[in-house]
Design a protein around this ligand. Structure first.
Ligand SMILES: Nc1ncnc2c1ncn2[C@@H]1O[C@H](COP(=O)(O)OP(=O)(O)OP(=O)(O)O)[C@@H](O)[C@H]1O
Ligand SMILES: [Mg+2]
Length: 481
């Protein structure tokens, strides 16, 4: 049996807590149903254990409200004494498992809870949800996940362009926004059974890139000891994808313009024209207009490419932001980074998803994918929690405060604790039950710490300023020289 990430226990019995501890990494205690509801919403547990004669309908309301927030269906066990006025079937009809209470029944409770967890885990892994990541019927061939207005518009353009005879096609957008994914989408919609050949124009020198694209004839330069077929020819009636077109050397830009105008090219050192039948897709993450103004990109080539450009929207833009959580779930479902692990990571907690939503993603979808895969690697349970979300590992390594000599000089546990508590309160909008759950401490402890550190909601900005100010005075640059 693999460990669950979190179990919420609504009981004061130490034996029940001990069983929960045995089955989960983290156990959260709630005194009553309303507190349980708040904790469930905050920590997205895998299982909730209720002990007592709770009316079935109250349990159902509590679970339904929490699952609405977490968008998860929750597994629940009720431990009821023989004198409970409610029958087992009433609970069972609501999908809640029932276990008798009593010393001699604890071994059985453990088995039931373990079986319920196992079944819930299995269900989470078996759900064939992949199609819900895609906007419409294009999902079958186009692996561009997203439901945002920006992706809907991009897909509309992709379909329009793919169905036309538009050639060449230009795709522009910031790094990591999915330009290559868009190029592949056009390719599979236009000619799925032909080759897709990609070439990165920034990766090769002018002469290498030329012979790579057009091929060369034997003896055309010193090391040309045999004929070489170029990528344009290999693409045939398929697609040639010219990635980072802005980096193509100017003299080669002139040769590419000729290909676009004449639909023919010559091998390096060759005299024969070869017909170019491929769809030419170029992409750039630079502002090509600016490149033209600064004379690094040919104006005539720019106009030739810019017939019906497809623009990829940055992830932080309001038109695409809603896809952050969906893309995170998509990468979680499709990544094979942890394929070797016996316990698959099957979900992400609500707090972790919210943390992802708050980030601005300068590296766009690629950065998001990296963060999710990193979290999958770090996570030891089946559910990615906030602590496994490390947006920038390099920044994190800088966290210890260093002096001029480069030595770590601030090991203040108190300061770290104060910061962590302030952050948890900030993240949960000062919901103390949720913040306590997040920190893994009781509400009483949280109240005591809030008092001890003089943290106040109305001076939250001041708390942050205070932390920032002390950061500024202490986070001196790592010794230069
Ligand atoms: N809509 C999407 N759905 C699923 N995966 C995506 C999506 N957009 C991008 N990705 C993934 O994000 C990563 C980056 O995408 P891609 O290589 O297409 O970006 P790019 O715009 O070409 O980046 P660069 O400018 O750095 O070359 C890839 O792993 C890709 O599979
Ligand atoms: Mg790319």
């Amino acid at each position: 049996m693999s460990l669950a990430r979190r179990i919420v226990v609504v009981s004061k019995k130490p034996q029940i807590h001990a069983i929960a501890q045995e089955l989960a990494h983290e156990v959260f205690a709630a005194d009553n149903l309303s507190e349980a509801g708040e904790i469930i919403a905050a920590v997205s547990p895998s299982l909730v254990m209720f002990e007592g004669a709770f009316p079935p309908v109250h349990l159902q309301t509590c679970l339904a409200r929490a699952s609405q927030d977490t968008q998860l269906s929750l597994a629940a066990v009720v431990i009821s004494a023989g004198n409970s006025p409610f029958g087992d079937t009433e609970y069972k009809q609501m999908g809640i498992h029932v276990c008798p209470a009593g010393e001699e029944d604890y071994a059985r409770l453990r088995d039931v809870a373990a079986a319920v967890l196992e079944a819930a885990q299995h269900q989470a892994t078996a759900e064939p949800e992949e199609t819900t990541f895609f906007h419409d019927e294009t999902a079958a061939t186009v692996k561009m996940a997203g439901h945002s207005p920006a992706i809907a518009e991009t897909l509309r353009m992709i379909k329009l362009v793919a169905a036309s005879r538009c050639n060449p096609i230009l795709i522009v957008g910031d790094t990591g926004t999915g330009k290559e994914v868009a190029a592949q989408a056009i390719h599979v919609l236009r000619h799925p059974s032909d080759p897709f050949v990609a070439v990165n124009c920034a990766a090769l020198t002018a002469s290498l890139l030329e012979s790579e694209l057009f091929g060369h004839v034997k003896g055309s330069f010193t090391s040309a000891d045999r004929d070489k077929i170029g990528l344009l020819e290999i693409a045939g009636t398929g697609t040639i994808f010219l990635d980072e077109i802005s980096e193509m050397p100017l003299e080669l830009q002139a040769k590419l313009l000729r290909v676009l105008q004449e639909r023919a090219f010559r091998k390096v050192g060759g005299v024969k024209d070869i017909e170019c039948k491929a769809t030419i897709i170029a992409s750039s993450n630079r502002d090509l207009k600016k490149e033209v103004r600064e004379k690094r990109f040919r104006q005539d080539l720019y106009y030739r490419l810019n017939i019906c450009p497809i623009t990829m929207t940055p992830l932080r833009s309001p038109e695409r932001r809603q896809d952050i959580q969906l893309l995170a779930q998509y990468f979680l479902k499709t990544s094979s980074i942890c394929a070797h692990r016996p316990t698959p990571v099957t979900s992400i907690t609500r707090l972790a998803l919210e943390a992802l939503s708050r980030h601005d993603w300068p590296g766009n979808v690629r950065e998001l994918r990296n963060v999710v895969e990193r979290a999958m690697l770090f996570e030891t349970t089946d559910k990615i929690g906030l602590s496994s979300i490390i947006i920038d590992p390099i920044d994190c390594e800088e966290t210890p405060r260093r002096g001029h000599d480069g030595r770590v000089r601030d090991f203040s546990l108190e300061k770290a604790e104060r910061e962590l508590i302030a952050r948890a309160l900030h993240e949960t909008g000062w919901q103390k039950t949720q913040a306590a759950a997040l920190l893994g401490i009781t509400r009483a402890t949280l109240y005591a710490k809030v008092k001890q550190y003089n943290l106040r909601k109305d001076n939250a900005a001041a708390n942050e300023l205070q932390v920032a100010a002390s950061d500024a005075s202490e986070a001196l640059p790592v010794a230069a020289g």
